[in-house]
Ligand binder design. Structure first.
Ligand code: ZN
Length: 263
């Protein structure tokens, strides 16, 4: 049983790593108007198509010691880190959203809800990377997130009401704030919180926003203190929201439980 559990854990880890590897590519291709689904990955230096031995998540990078198999070009450690993050999040999603031994309850040892949560994490990775690079969030990705939200609502044991409230409880105040203060938030950020809110339900949506503002606030103060920006500058808020959403997904229950003791 322990062996099976380890094997399933490894499969989950590799699934998450492969998904994040793919969403990393999507994040690079979408802002450059390339079709994210078409075309094989190539080495940017020698142009050779990458084959199966190059594409095993995490392990390829480790075995090839971060170099292209053909030309020896250095592959940045960022790729490895993104894949490891995906693998760890796959394990986290399984812990939080449930394991399953097989059909019809799920796949790869993960319940459907856990697989959906992992998909949400993957989309958020692309959103965070693209927003950090271009300060915009593609509507396509927010739409994909909203579809996950609808599916998550359908799977939710708590019913749909909390999810509908989740879709509006942060996004509508953000929108109103935007009407009052021009440029308070980007339109993409508002759509992001509406789509993610549908998936999260209202409690975790509030928590995600809290984490996002905390992270963004600390980063903003750092920029001001380090004199890398002045008060009029903008920086991408999306990556902080994405991190907040993932933290709320994984740790929302214990954090909210702890907080409710004081009420
Ligand atoms: Zn190469």
């Amino acid at each position: 049983m322990l062996l099976l559990e380890c094997l399933l854990g490894l499969i989950r880890f590799l699934l998450g790593a492969a998904l994040f590897s793919f969403m990393n590519v999507v994040a690079w291709r979408l802002p450059r108007n390339m079709d994210p689904l078409k075309g094989r990955s190539i080495c940017p230096r020698c142009g050779r198509t990458l084959d199966a031995p190059d594409l095993v998540p995490v392990f390829s990078w480790l075995f090839l010691r971060g170099r292209c198999r053909h030309c020896g070009a250095h592959i940045p450690a960022r790729y490895l880190l993104v894949e490891v993050l995906g693998g760890v999040l796959a394990l986290g999603c399984t812990r939080q959203y449930g394991a399953a031994l097989g059909l019809p309850d799920g796949l790869f040892g993960m319940s459907w809800a856990a697989l959906l949560a992992l998909a949400v994490c993957g989309i958020l990775l692309s959103i965070a990377l693209i927003d950090a690079e271009t300060q915009t969030i593609p509507d396509r990705l927010n739409f994909a997130l909203a579809i996950c939200g609808v599916a998550g609502t359908a799977l939710s044991p708590a019913g749909w009401r909390g999810h509908i409230i989740g879709a509006v409880c942060v996004s509508v105040p953000m929108f109103l704030l935007c009407l009052a203060i021009d440029g308070a938030f980007g339109g993409g950020d508002i759509k992001l919180m509406a789509a993610a809110g549908l998936f999260l339900g209202w409690q975790n949506t509030l928590l995600a926003m809290f984490f996002g503002i905390l992270g963004g606030g600390v980063y903003g103060m750092y920029l001001l203190a380090a004199k890398k920006a002045d008060k009029k500058d903008h920086f991408a808020f999306g990556p902080f929201l994405c991190a907040g959403i993932v933290l709320a997904m994984l740790f929302g229950e214990p954090v909210l439980g702890w907080y409710c003791q004081f009420l």
